[in-house]
Write a protein that binds this ligand. Structure first.
Ligand SMILES: [Zn+2]
Length: 501
């Protein structure tokens, strides 16, 4: 359906699945889980093999409350209202109506006046819906708090941790992660921002100065046609590991790649598994940018994960938890980037590596802001609107780095409104931070011992979801910890690498 949005048959089949198959599937799956939990033979199952499956199914059944079903429907409706509100936001810019996503492109323009104009227009448009966002969010907090209380949890944070099956880390671990971002990563972020400010010859760094190339160079052009991107990426995997090279070749031979941007295709990129055939499929919209090369490496990492678990008989174990799935993909970005000379001469390859590493470091403070904000909100569900704003501004002070927002205080205070996860996928965001720590460790290991690091990586992928997170991480040669002691050496390595580039 996403490959052919203009194909009426595909659309009909997809809607049929959504309307007629899925709603009937869910209650049956749940009935099956209840049967399993109550089954007399359950105790006799080999403990080690069924530990994760048993734990997750039992948790799911125990957390279910029939009285929460209508509340969840209401929640989904509010989420849809938020999406409709955000999706309808457009601006008139230079005689044309543009979506806010389309406006993002102007923030990469070398002309600073143009960037500011574009940014201000978007910020003003967002503020028009600020009150509506606040109202939707307040209704969501109330609903979610009721859902949590119905399930016997003290607050929605506790509920969300259980509902997401987070058995291997606690809210306290996440708070420790936020602290470690503040002490270990913020100094590196400030350094990157100061370098940017100096290169752009600016007095202060404003919100519209973050996406432009600091030396005002035109974008990198890694390839002309998609076929070229695929064959060069094939070369990268051949240099990285013979087994992964065979896997990537299989994706081409079996036509499991749909990569070029064309009319009649949905936006975005993803890796999905064709479950019956047990093979991965990669979808993306390549237009010839460095971002496309990174996306393909990333999705290939997910595809390798799917290929590694082909032989797993228990369907549930063919998927790993998201905190580890993204280790598979994010590691592949870092490992693959070592061979970017397949696309560019070394100076341009280094430019791409620098942008990538700065992006990784720069992600952590926003991740910490989004996560810490939600910890605060849902453990103080009776707060006022003013208290919520004050709490957010405190986090912006803590994690905002060098950015100069003078004159745009109102926009700063509501800048979380654009983060869809906060509204629609509560508490789902820290996973990317956790996974990035794993990926950085795989990369650090490969610096010391390339063959050993890859062997561990592949071994961990092959475990699928059959073991708890700490074991998946340790099989990949990583610690499952988000504290300063784990983060410090990783940021040191990234920092010294950046200096060389
Ligand atoms: Zn991913």
């Amino acid at each position: 359906m996403t490959c052919h949005t203009d194909n009426a048959d595909a659309e009909r089949a997809y809607l049929d699945f959504l309307e007629n198959v899925e709603p009937q599937l869910k209650p049956r799956q749940f009935a099956l889980e209840q049967l399993y939990v109550a089954h007399p033979c359950r105790e006799k199952l080999p403990r080690q093999r069924f530990q994760v499956f048993d734990r997750d199914v039992k948790n799911h059944v125990e957390l279910f409350r029939p009285e929460n079903v209508p509340l969840e429907t209401e929640e989904a409706k509010l989420c849809q209202q938020y999406q409709k509100l955000i999706g309808a936001q457009t601006v008139h810019f230079r005689g044309e109506e543009k979506t806010l996503v389309q406006m993002g492109r102007y923030l990469e323009e070398p002309d600073r006046g143009l960037r500011q104009e574009a940014w201000e227009l978007v910020a003003k448009r967002r503020l028009q819906d600020a009150d509506k966002c606040e109202e939707i969010f307040e209704q969501l907090i109330q609903l979610r708090t009721r859902i949590a209380q119905n399930a016997g949890c003290e607050n929605y944070r506790d509920y969300a941790f259980r509902q997401k099956g987070r058995f291997d880390y606690t809210p306290r671990d996440c708070e420790q992660f936020h602290d470690a971002v503040e002490t270990e990563i913020i100094p590196a972020v400030r350094q990157i921002q100061q370098d940017r400010k100096r290169q752009l010859k600016l007095e202060t760094l404003r919100p519209w100065d973050l996406s432009v190339d600091p030396q005002n160079r035109p974008p990198l052009k890694p390839f002309g046609e998609v076929g070229e991107m695929v064959s060069r990426t094939q070369h990268i995997f051949e240099r990285l590991d013979p087994e992964l090279a065979v896997n990537f070749r299989q994706l081409q031979d079996l036509k499991l790649l749909d990569l070029d941007n064309r009319k009649g295709k949905a936006p975005g990129g993803y890796q999905s598994t064709l479950s019956e055939a047990r093979v991965p499929f990669i979808f993306m919209n390549a237009v010839g940018l460095q971002r496309d090369v990174e996306t393909l490496l990333h999705e290939a990492g997910h595809a390798f994960h799917a290929q590694a678990t082909r032989g797993e008989d228990l369907y549930y174990y063919r998927n790993a938890p998201i905190e580890f799935c993204e280790v598979a993909s994010m590691s592949m970005e870092l490992l693959g980037n070592e061979f970017l000379e397949e696309f560019y001469p070394t100076p341009q390859a280094n430019r791409a590596r620098k942008t990538h590493l700065e992006g990784i470091i720069g992600f952590f403070p926003w991740m910490a802001t989004v996560d810490a904000f939600q910890h605060c909100i849902y453990t103080h569900a009776n707060h006022t609107r003013a208290e919520r704003k004050a709490a957010y501004l405190k986090l912006m002070d803590r994690f905002g780095g060098e950015l100069d927002w003078r004159g745009y205080e109102e926009s700063r205070g509501y800048s979380w409104h654009r983060q869809l996860h906060i509204f629609i996928h509560p508490f789902y965001y820290v996973e990317y931070g956790i996974a990035q720590l794993g990926a950085l460790q795989v990369w650090a290991n490969s610096r010391r011992d390339k063959a050993g690091a890859l062997m561990a990586y592949k071994k961990a992928l092959a475990l699928g979801g059959s073991r708890p997170l700490p074991e998946l991480f340790s099989a990949a040669g990583c610690r499952f910890q988000f504290d300063a002691a784990t983060i410090n050496p990783l940021i040191q390595l990234a920092g010294s690498e950046l200096k060389k580039l």
